[in-house]
Design a protein. Structure first.
Length: 304
């Protein structure tokens, strides 16, 4: 809200001058014209209160009291007629009316200001709640280190795809012996490496491919259709080459291998959880056969 004291100061000064002119005129005009001038003074006082609020009220009161005091002095000292007392009473009544108007206007302004503040507080509170909700949602579905989708979101996306489109292949990737890097060089180094590998995987996984960090050093990849084995092998080779590439970090060169397992819907499983477990089982098979390779899930005889 604008500062009325600053904005309406010229108006306040003009009103004060007009009020004083009217008072001077009352001393010169006939008795019949004094009432009209008094009404003009009332209007001037109202204008000061409405446009200048507290400062206008104070100015109108000071001018009115000065006028009333002068008229009473004239009555006592100069033995003027009763019109002087009448004028003083009218002036005091005008001041009382100004106080009532000022109180009413100020009360309305305060109420409007409080309502505006309450409304703004409600807006701010809702915004904070929404931001907190978005933050909690992000924490629930995204990995805080790599900012990739997490295991929960990956499984939800997988289940959603199976229900809507059906065919897909899940690839489960695990960095071989990554625990040894954390133990030898510290988790800070391990985290930097994980961020690097996540970025490399994200570069390769585009369009019809959905990737997520599903564990400490594990990544899940969903191909949104069943591909021939040779296509899956070629795709995994790109990821394996990106992970196997040496990376220099903090003055040391790191080379990491990775094992992969793959399973397809509906060939190997009919639900998202089952398909995910099948891909994980195939990954463990890859590790048992020497690591750093891709193995497809093979259904056991008792599963058929």
């Amino acid at each position: 809200m604008k500062d009325s004291k600053k904005v309406n100061l010229p108006i306040l000064l003009l009103c004060a001058v007009l009020y004083a002119v009217c008072f001077y005129a009352q001393l010169k005009v006939p008795q019949t014209a004094k009432g009209i001038i008094s009404q003009v003074q009332v209007v001037i006082s109202v204008v000061m209160v409405f446009l200048c609020r507290e400062k206008g009220m104070i100015t109108a009161a000071v001018l009115g009291l000065a006028q009333a005091g002068f008229l009473l002095v004239v009555r006592v000292a100069m033995k003027a007629d009763m019109s002087a007392i009448t004028g003083a009473v009218v002036t005091l009544n005008t001041i009382a009316i100004m106080w009532l108007i000022y109180g009413y206007v100020s009360g309305n302004e305060k109420m409007n200001r409080e309502l505006t503040e309450s409304y703004q507080q409600a807006i701010d509170k809702n915004r904070i709640i929404e931001e907190q909700g978005e933050s909690l949602k992000y924490m629930a579905y995204y990995d805080s280190l790599t900012h990739m989708p997490n295991r929960q979101l990956f499984l939800e996306k997988l289940e959603e795809h199976i229900k809507k489109d059906g065919d897909c292949t899940v690839i489960y990737a695990d960095l071989d012996d990554f625990r040894k890097i954390n133990e030898k060089y510290g988790h800070d180094v391990g985290d930097e490496l994980l961020v690097h590998y996540a970025e490399e995987i994200a570069k390769i996984c585009k369009d019809e491919v959905y990737a997520a960090r599903i564990g400490g050093d594990e990544f899940g990849i969903m191909l949104r259709s069943v591909r021939p084995d040779e296509v899956v092998y070629a795709f995994v080779d790109k990821i394996r080459a990106a992970i196997n590439a040496p990376i220099e970090l903090r003055g040391k060169v790191f080379t990491v291998a990775s094992s992969f397992g793959a399973a397809s819907f509906p060939m190997h499983a009919v639900t998202a959880d089952e398909l995910f477990r099948c891909a994980e089982t195939a990954m463990f098979t890859s590790k048992s056969l020497g690591k750093n390779q891709l193995c497809f899930y093979v259904r056991k005889a008792e599963d058929t």
